[in-house]
Design a protein around this ligand. Structure first.
Ligand code: SF4
Length: 340
C-alpha cells in the first residue's frame, strides 16, 4: 500500500473509499456508522453531548486565537496566552440560555450541571496556557486548523490538524488538542485509535514537507497536561495503512447494520431511538482507569446514562398513584376502624 498524493483539500469521495478516524470510532457499532455516514436523507443528531460541544468550542476559540498570532508573522512567545475569562464568558453566552443548557446540547453524566463544565473548561484553558508558555515559545506557526488528505491506490484518508509549528532547527511538529484526558491503560481501542490518528498525521507531514524529522503530538488538557507523540517511520506508514485498508475492506462487506452496544452508548446521538435500548438492553456503566471525557465520537462511560425520559415519566406516574393510595388509606383509616 503506497501513498499516491497528499493535499489539504476534502474533495467529494465515495463513502466506500473514505477513511477518517471518526468513522473508525463510530464503526465499533454498525448502526451508529450507518446513521452517521450512510443514511439518506441524513437525520439531524437527536442531541449533542455537552463534552462534544465544549470540545468544538475550545477548538474554534484556539483556531481564531492562533490564526491571529500567525498573522503577526512572528515566533510564538509567552504573551500569546489565551484570555481564559474571555473564553468562559463566550462559552456561557454560546451555550447557556435562561440559566439552562441550550438544546440540542445535553448533559449525559448524572449529578453534573453546566457550571461543572464551565469549571472544566477553565482548567482546560489554564492547562493550555501553561503548555504554551513551556513548549511553544520560539516556534514559528506554519498552519492552523487545516484539512489533510492522503490518497493510496485503494482509499482516501481525511483528517484535520490543529496547529503545525517549525523549530529553529527546521523540525516540524503537528499538534492535536484534546479537551479530555489520556486514555488509560485498559482503553486499548481508544489508544489504538489515537495511535492511528497520529500515524496518519505523521505520514501526511512527511510527504507534505518531504522531511523525515516530523512528529505528530496529541496534547490532552483534561486534567494534568499529557502528551503522546508519533514520529514518522516506514513501520508507522506500513502499519497505519495496512490497518486502515483492512478496516475499510471489512466495513464495505457489511450488508446489515445492527446496533452493537458499547461503552460510548450514553453519548451516542441515536441512543433515544436505538433498538438495543428499546429491548431493555442497557450498556453497563463502566468506571475505567484514565477514562477520558468523550472524544467527538467515542465517549467513555464513567457514570450511568441518564434514564430515558419516557421511563422517568412512568416512574413519576407509579409513584404518584402509590402516594395517592397511601393518602386515601390514611384519611379513611378512622372511618374504617369504626366500621370493623
Ligand atoms: S446507542 Fe449504542 S448500540 Fe445504539 S446505535 Fe448508539 S452506539 Fe450503537
Amino acid at each position: 500500500m503506497k501513498i499516491i498524493s497528499v493535499s489539504s483539500e476534502f474533495p467529494t469521495q465515495a463513502e466506500t473509499k473514505l477513511i477518517t478516524i471518526s468513522r473508525v470510532r463510530d464503526a465499533q457499532c454498525p448502526l451508529r456508522y450507518y446513521k452517521n455516514f450512510l443514511e439518506k436523507p441524513r437525520q439531524e443528531p437527536l442531541f449533542i453531548p455537552i463534552e462534544l460541544g465544549m470540545g468544538g468550542f475550545f477548538h474554534d476559540y484556539l483556531e481564531k486565537h492562533l490564526k491571529l498570532v500567525m498573522n503577526l508573522h512572528t515566533e510564538i512567545d509567552k504573551h500569546h496566552r489565551i484570555d481564559v475569562n474571555d473564553m468562559l464568558r463566550s462559552f456561557r453566552m454560546s451555550f447557556v440560555w435562561e440559566g439552562k443548557l441550550r438544546p440540542p446540547y445535553k448533559i449525559v453524566l448524572e449529578k453534573l450541571d453546566v457550571e461543572d463544565y464551565v469549571s472544566k473548561l477553565r482548567g482546560v484553558g489554564q492547562n493550555f496556557n501553561d503548555f504554551l508558555m513551556e513548549e511553544l515559545p520560539g516556534k514559528r506557526i506554519l498552519g492552523v486548523e487545516e484539512p489533510i488528505q492522503l490518497r493510496t491506490e485503494k482509499a482516501t484518508l481525511y483528517g484535520k490538524y490543529d496547529l503545525i509549528t517549525e523549530d529553529s532547527d527546521g523540525s516540524i511538529t503537528l499538534w492535536d488538542w484534546k479537551t479530555n484526558i489520556l486514555p488509560g491503560s485498559q482503553s486499548h481501542e481508544e489508544f489504538r485509535n489515537q495511535k492511528i490518528q497520529l500515524g496518519m498525521y505523521a505520514i501526511w507531514l512527511k510527504y507534505k514537507y518531504d522531511l523525515d524529522k516530523v512528529r505528530a503530538t496529541a496534547v490532552f488538557f483534561g486534567d494534568k497536561t499529557e502528551q503522546v507523540s508519533e514520529m514518522f517511520s516506514d513501520e508507522v506508514e506500513r502499519d497505519v495503512l495496512t490497518f486502515l485498508t483492512a478496516w475499510r475492506d471489512k466495513l464495505n462487506k457489511l450488508d446489515s447494520y445492527p446496533p452493537l452496544p458499547n461503552k460510548s452508548c450514553p453519548w451516542c446521538e441515536w441512543y433515544p431511538v436505538c433498538p438495543a435500548f428499546a429491548t431493555g438492553r442497557k450498556p453497563a456503566p463502566a468506571v475505567r482507569e484514565g477514562a477520558a471525557s468523550p472524544s467527538p465520537s467515542a465517549a467513555p462511560l464513567p457514570f450511568a446514562p441518564r434514564r430515558p425520559e419516557h421511563e422517568e415519566h412512568l416512574l413519576a406516574l407509579v409513584l404518584g398513584v402509590v402516594l395517592a393510595l397511601a393518602l386515601a388509606v390514611a384519611m379513611f383509616f378512622p372511618f374504617l376502624q369504626k366500621l370493623f
